[in-house]
Structures are given as C-alpha cells and as structure tokens.
Design a protein around this ligand. Structure first.
Ligand code: ATP
Ligand code: MG
Ligand code: MG
Length: 406
C-alpha cells in the first residue's frame, strides 16, 4: 500500500480507471461519527481499510476503523497529514476544510466526491445558486444581509418565511421560521445574527418529504435507490419509509430530479437528495448531502447493496451494486441517544429495548450503553413490514400504525 500511496501523489489517477486494488486500498474518511462507523462496518466485509480523522478520541467510528487519527477535519495541516496516509479521501460530513481538499486535489490526491462538490454543498446558499443554474426545481430563495433585506424577502415570499444559516447546519440547527414581519429579528437573532451568513427560502407547502440516495461510480455510472418518505419531528429525521407510498409518476419524477441534481456535481460516492412533494405534484429540491445519509440506513437490511457498501465501491472504483430492495418495504426509526440525566434518556433507553425485542428489528445492540452516553449520536432500528411495529407516544400512533401497514 506504500507504493500505491506514492503513485497517486506523483501521477494523478484517471477517473475512468479503477485505480485501487481491494485489500490494499486505504480509504480515508474525514469525520468519524456514526456514518463513519457504518462505513467501517461495510468495509470490514469487503477487506477495505478505512482510516478516520476525527477530533474525538472515542468517536463512534474509532473502535471499528483500521486507524483513527485524532485531529480536526477542519484543520489544514491535519488534513494534509491524514491525506498522505490514504489512497482515496472521502467524507462522512461536509463541514470539512475544503480549501485544503482543493489544494490536495491539485497535487494529485484522489478526493471522492470532488472538492468542488463539497464546496458547493457545505454552503447551502451556494448550493441553491448552483442547482438553480442547473434548472433543478427548488423553493425561491435570496440572501439577506440586514433587517431591511429580510423585510423585503418577507414581502416578496410571504410568511411563514424560512430563514437559514448558510453554513454548518444540521438537524435543523441553522433554520428559523418567522411567521410574520415582527418575528424576523428574533428569528435572525436565534441563528446568531446576520454575520453568520443567512439567506431565506420561500415556504415549501409540502404534503410529503421524499429522499433519494443516488450513487455514482468512478466511471460516471449512476444508480438511484428507491424513493423513500422521510417524516421529520422538530426538523430531525424521525421515520423513514421505504419505498415511499406515492404514485409511480411521483416516484419517477422524484428520481429524475435527484438524478439531475447529482449529475451536476462532480466525483464518485453516494449522495442523498432531500425533496419536497407539494399538493399539486411538484417536486422541489431541499438539499443534497454528498455522503451516506440517515434516509438510507434502511438499505443495510432492505437493499441488495447498502448505501455504505455502495459508497465504498464508488470511491475505490468497483462496479456499483444493485440498489433495489430485497424486502417489500422497510421502516426506519431514528432514535436519538440522550445523555444520562437528560429528559429523553430513560425514554430513549426504553424505546431501544422495545424496538430490539421485536423480531426482525435491528439496531446496534452492542452499542446501546455507550450510545446513550454520547451526545448527539443516534441509533437506528429497521423493521420489515411483515413484522410491523407500533411504538411511541399516543400522538405518534396514527403515523406509526400507518408506517406499520405498508
Ligand atoms: P439535515 O439534518 O437534513 O441536514 P438541515 O439542518 O440541513 O437538516 P434542512 O434540511 O434545510 O435542515 O431543513 C430541515 C427541515 O425543515 C426539512 O426537512 C423540512 O421539514 C423543513 N424545511 C426546510 N426548508 C423548508 C422550506 N423552504 N419550507 C418548508 N419547510 C422547510
Ligand atoms: Mg442538511
Ligand atoms: Mg435536511
């Protein structure tokens, strides 16, 4: 592997050639969170070595990785040092030092997806501008620099108005809704003020949220996973139903938009495309993640090739795997871990125990204790429809019953 590492530094690899061997290849992942951990799990079955870069000594991926370099994926010197040890560099989070990735790419380091993709995606406003230029349908949007600008946007787009921070957003932290002009300043303040870099989006009157995982290989072949429905609770992904219970036409339309969006980006890997379905059958793009995504966790149990295996196949230059479902349907509940002493701790623990006692439900049982102690980490559970699963509070019941019935 020493030799192959030297090779790509001196002679940049051609994208149309599968440059990497199997057991020798070292895939470097910027970020060692839960997604990185699941990449390591897939890699172990493929004899691929995954190295992760993460500042947390006991980050979720640490124990399963071939090597964990403790350090920041947002620090140039650290990323450069890390890249030296890998054959191909990829990400499990988009908030990385992209300027350094661009520089490394110039020097011949193999980044998949390309740094240009990470640059576009890590700034949500830039992302919107990019997709708008490529004629992808999305909610109207505009940058706001001061209260006057925000008021103009409100007059133009109406209320409720979605205000978003351009960078470092996840799980809805970075979104604030103003229901009228009076709420603008408090919504802006909640996001840290105009200096954070803000923009607004017109409210998308969606009836459902859909998502499509799209994989692109190094040979530019593209495969799309079945369209799923995502149900959010307080901006956080709560339930994923696969396939989405929508008409064939809508599935086709959603897949076309997702395909077109990913075609406009560069590099190999899996991409998650989040979409809104409106009452009149329009599909609008919400955002794209250039990596595996929680809307694709179900693929581990329900598809021939999981999104994690697919990502690894894509970045090392293997043929892409079959993305279709091998079970008739699947439901994924996203259970957030809570710290001991936090209000959700007992509930999360009880929920996980209940999920795992249902035949066919899977999660990461060996991690149940530690998962609950790691702030922000989440546990996934998947069930097939034949099992069916109803859980949660009374207010959740209609949706749960519905989910169990597909
Ligand atoms: P993620 O965890 O998916 O990265 P995020 O923090 O990047 O989330 P978004 O995906 O921008 O946040 O938005 C989170 C949720 O807020 C969406 O899934 C949707 O439910 C709602 N939302 C976002 N934009 C709009 C909009 N323009 N109109 C209506 N609802 C919206
Ligand atoms: Mg996001
Ligand atoms: Mg999102």
């Amino acid at each position: 592997s020493q030799a192959s590492r030297v090779t790509h530094e001196t002679s940049p690899s051609k994208d149309d050639v599968p440059v990497h061997g199997l057991s020798e290849v070292i895939v470097g992942v910027l970020g060692g969170g839960q997604l990185g951990r699941m990449l390591c799990q897939a890699a172990s079955q493929m004899a691929i070595k995954v190295m992760v870069l993460d500042p947390l000594e006991n980050c979720p991926a640490s124990a399963l990785s071939y090597h964990h370099m403790v350090g920041s994926f947002d620090d140039s010197a650290t990323v450069r040092e890390f890249a030296k040890r890998c054959d191909v560099l990829t990400v499990e989070i988009e908030h990385v030092d992209v300027a350094t990735m661009e520089m490394l790419e110039q020097q011949g380091v193999d980044c998949q997806p390309k740094a240009s993709t990470i640059r576009i995606i890590q700034d949500k406003y830039l992302q919107k501008v990019h997709f708008c230029r490529h004629a992808i349908p999305l909610p109207e949007f505009m940058q706001i620099d001061d209260l006057e600008g925000a008021k103009r946007a409100g007059e133009l787009f109406g209320y409720p108005l979605m205000i978003k921070s351009k960078r470092l957003a996840y799980d809805g932290r970075g979104n604030a809704v103003a229901h009228n002009e009076e709420e603008l300043s408090s919504a802006v303040a909640a996001l840290g003020g105009f200096d954070r870099g803000l923009y607004v989006e017109k409210w998308a009157p969606f009836v459902k949220e859909l998502a499509v995982i799209v994989a692109r290989g190094r040979d530019n072949s593209i495969l799309c996973y079945p369209v799923v429905e995502t149900i959010h609770k307080e901006n956080i992904c709560h339930i994923v139903r696969a396939p989405a219970n929508v008409s064939w036409d809508i599935r086709k339309h959603a897949t076309d938009v997702a395909y077109k969006a990913v075609s406009s980006l560069e590099g190999a890997g899996v991409f998650a495309v989040e979409l809104f379905l409106t009452g009149d059958g329009q599909i609008l793009l919400n955002e794209v993640a250039p990596r595996p995504h929680n809307s694709g966790h179900h693929t581990i149990e329900s598809c021939y090739t999981s999104q994690f295996e697919q990502h690894l196949r894509a970045v090392v230059g293997l043929p892409l795997g079959e993305p279709s479902m091998k079970t008739p349907a699947a439901v994924m509940y996203n259970i957030l871990g809570e710290d001991e002493g936090e209000p959700g701790f007992i509930l999360a623990h009880q929920l996980i125990r209940r999920v795992l006692s249902i035949p066919g439900a899977t999660g990461e049982p060996e991690r149940l204790k530690s998962i609950l102690k790691e702030e922000g980490s989440d546990c996934k559970a998947a069930v097939t429809p034949r099992v069916g699963i109803i859980m949660g509070s009374d207010s959740d019941l209609p949706v749960m019953k519905d989910a169990a019935r597909i």
